[in-house]
Design a protein around this ligand. Sequence first.
Ligand SMILES: Cc1cc2nc3c(=O)[nH]c(=O)nc-3n(C[C@H](O)[C@H](O)[C@H](O)COP(=O)(O)OP(=O)(O)OC[C@H]3O[C@@H](n4cnc5c(N)ncnc54)[C@H](O)[C@@H]3O)c2cc1C
Length: 440
Amino acid sequence: MRYAILGMGAAGIAAAEAIRAHDSGGEIVCISFESDGYYSRPGLAYYLSKEMGKRSLYPMSDRDFSDRQIKKYHNLAVRLDTVNNEILLSDGKRLRYDKALLALGAEAVVPDLEGVNLKGVVYLDSMARTREMIDLARRHKRAVVVGGGITALELAEGLAARRVRVDYFLRGDRYWNRVLDEMESGLIIQRLKHEGVQVHFNTEVGEIVGKRGQVNAVRTTDGRLFKTNLVGLAIGVRPRLDLARVSGLTVNRGVIVDEFLQTSAPQVWAAGDVAEVVDPDSGRGVVDSLWPVARQQGRVAGLNMAGIRTEYHRRSPLNVTRLAGLTTTIIGQVGTESNNGDDLTIVRGESETWQRTPEAVICQNVEDINRVRVMVAQNKLVGAVVMGDQALSRPLDDLISNEANIAPIRDRLTAPGADISKIIRPFWENWRRNNADQEP
Ligand SMILES: Cc1cc2nc3c(=O)[nH]c(=O)nc-3n(C[C@H](O)[C@H](O)[C@H](O)COP(=O)(O)OP(=O)(O)OC[C@H]3O[C@@H](n4cnc5c(N)ncnc54)[C@H](O)[C@@H]3O)c2cc1C
């Protein structure tokens, strides 16, 4: 039995590990077009900001691969021949498979902008591109960063940490308005400014101006000129769908999979940033761009490939991230813009679920830089944003993802001036004792 895994990221490796745990004899081949192999993609932000060395971004050594009998193959896959079970590679070779997984991830969106192909336009997207950016940041001391989500902020902070003066462009009048509320955005921007980043609201790039093939300036749509040699773009990502499309698989915004993560083609599964799964709550197809989700989907796909029939259960998407130095946990539906429902741009490290504005009462506590916002629906919690002190992250994640019945505390929680921590903590402790058996 040969298992071919296209992609050597979080989803691909989790699948390979799950297969190996249940099939000690099958051949597992992991294919990646990146010569860097398997590394932590979220870790790139910490590599850029100098908080992590490059070596610590590689969770598995060559020895780990050989111990698990997972073969690494550096090549670009271009098509699946699903009739003859073969993968066509860019050098003309063909690789036969019995079962295949598409774990091809997503790539940064390149906007249709004058000058976008000039040297000096950079993306925080892969190890190769991050290395290139670090190299350019040694020589150039001014950058323009564009984008409204986590990656744009990481780009701005990372370059600032490398002593580059950063002009950060935001299209609207606040940061990440699809997910954060006004106060949360304000807190992040305040801290970002403190780190020396120049923030420009309501500012859009009109053109990237070049000189001898290199970025020389950015002209905004309202005619302002910013001299710079670096432009960091983080306006969204796009699942890598070309291979699935030319291979005749059913594709929408991602590769469509069923509850066992199987695609429309026989013996082909998909997982991670490339896959579109059905969200059981809304019944809609969703694409997440989250590391733990990619791992979980990879594991489920791997089990199914190894013959262990396993349904994928989408839990409330959670991310613990750092925004302008402030640890922030985002869980479930927290969108605050009532008209944002259809703006489902996929942004790295983000879940589409977060953008949804639930029918819920918002209760919040603010104390210094610590802030908790909880979305309270009829008898359950549906979302939360925890900034700073993380003591409530785990309780809120448990209560939200398990849809705990919060009827006993709802009135107290939604009363003006309620102390969320004092209400949630004892309730969760009690809930946990009663539900100890059901916890994963
Ligand atoms: C800067 C940054 C910060 C992030 N921060 C967070 C965060 O805070 N929290 C979080 O949860 N997530 C975060 N993410 C997102 C997270 O990294 C992704 O969700 C996760 O890596 C997806 O895993 P994947 O296996 O689906 O795809 P990827 O990790 O993208 O792997 C795709 C693999 O497919 C290979 N490949 C693609 N096409 C081909 C082809 N045609 N032939 C051969 N090989 C191919 C690639 O080389 C790669 O090995 C961040 C990402 C970035 C870049």
